[in-house]
Ligand binder design. Structure first.
Ligand code: SAH
Length: 219
């Protein structure tokens, strides 16, 4: 029973990757492998199990969502992370852990993943769910301030939209590092910001719809 159900999920996951992600142009082999590996059905509420691999965000309670699979893959690819290397660890910061799905995807792409969630119940559930991943650190806090003790980062991925880019996140990028962040209120744009030796280069990628970043971003 369990086995045939797992088979069923594996099949659905494979078609998710082929139809929603590869077909829309995602080519990064590490990202595709990670999307193939992470069991998305373990991150959605039981009542939505049948929709775990559908082409849409889903509610996870507390007014929050699990992002659409394509968006998770696209943002992961946009980070353009260097290849994992334990001697010179690739470090990623995520703001908005939510259910922890994106965190799990990132944990295969980076040596160290730091993730911040502002809602205590979500932070707790995600910490329990991801307790088997030694390279993931989750903290309950306002992500506006980033995670200075763990900086600088090769990549910062933000899953909640502030009206403007929080300056601490720009400051916590390595030179060559990239910040992927939805910005705006009613209309949001997904932005990619790359830090160079003496500047930050901004690029607008696509219109998106994320939950608002709460806390200091609103002040
Ligand atoms: N990464 C998730 C999607 C998260 S939804 C996935 O894998 O699908 C966005 C999350 O950002 C929500 O859980 C919300 O509570 C959180 N959030 C909103 N404002 C925040 C803030 N200031 N700091 C940290 N997390 C925040």
């Amino acid at each position: 029973m369990t086995e045939s159900t797992d088979d069923n999920y594996s099949r659905k996951r494979e078609s998710m990757v082929v139809e929603q992600i590869e077909r829309r142009g995602i080519r990064d082999s590490a990202v595709l492998a990670s999307m193939r590996a992470i069991p998305r059905h373990r991150f959605v509420p039981k009542k939505d199990l049948a929709r775990a691999y559908s082409d849409t965000p889903l509610p996870i309670g507390l007014d929050q969502t699990i992002s659409q699979p394509y968006i998770v893959a696209r943002m992961s690819e946009m980070l353009q992370l260097p290849r994992k290397n334990p001697r010179n660890p690739v470090r990623v910061l995520e703001i908005g852990t939510g259910c922890g799905y994106q965190t799990a995807v990132l944990a295969r792409l980076a040596d160290l993943v730091y993730s911040i969630e502002v809602i205590p119940d979500l932070a707790k559930t995600a910490t329990e769910r991801l307790s088997g991943l030694q390279n993931v650190h989750i903290r309950c806090a306002d992500g506006f301030a980033g995670w200075p003790d763990a900086a600088p980062f090769d990549g910062i991925l933000v899953a909640a939209a502030p009206p403007k880019i929080p300056p601490p996140l720009l400051a916590q990028l390595k030179v060559g590092g990239r910040l992927i962040i939805p910005v705006g209120t009613d209309q949001q744009q997904l932005m990619a910001v790359e830090r160079t030796a003496d500047d930050w280069i901004y690029e607008q990628a696509l219109p998106v719809r994320f939950v608002p970043m709460v806390g200091q971003a609103r002040e």
